[in-house]
Design a protein around this ligand. Sequence first.
Ligand SMILES: [Zn+2]
Length: 120
Amino acid sequence: MEDLSAFCCHNERCPDYGKRGQDNLRVCFRYGPRKQRRLLACRTCQARFSERGGTPLFDARLPEDKAVAVLHHIAEGCGVRQTGRLVGVKHNTVTRLSRRAGEHAKESHDELVAFSPKDP
Ligand SMILES: [Zn+2]
C-alpha cells in the first residue's frame, strides 16, 4: 500500500477537492521514463491526475534531480545562463522552470498565508 496522504483531488467540483488524508486516492498506473511517476485517481469523482500536478515539476520534461538542481541554483542566486551551464540544460529551460516555481510559490503563499502586509 502506497502512502498517498500528501496528495489530494485536483477536481474543483469534487467534494474531496483539496482535502488530504481522505483515503480517496489510488494509483492508476505508472508512466514516464522508468515508470517512476504515478497517475492518481480519485475514488469520489473518478478524476485522474499526475502526482506532479500542481507542482512546478509537472510537465517539466526533465528528470526530477535535474529540475531540482536547476531550482537550487536559482535559489542560491545563480543567473539563468550560469545555471544552464552548470546543470547542463538550455537557458530557456531554466527560465521556464523558474517562472513556474515562482508562480507556484505565489499561489502557495496566497493559500497558506492569511495576511501579508502591503508592499509600499
Ligand atoms: Zn475527486
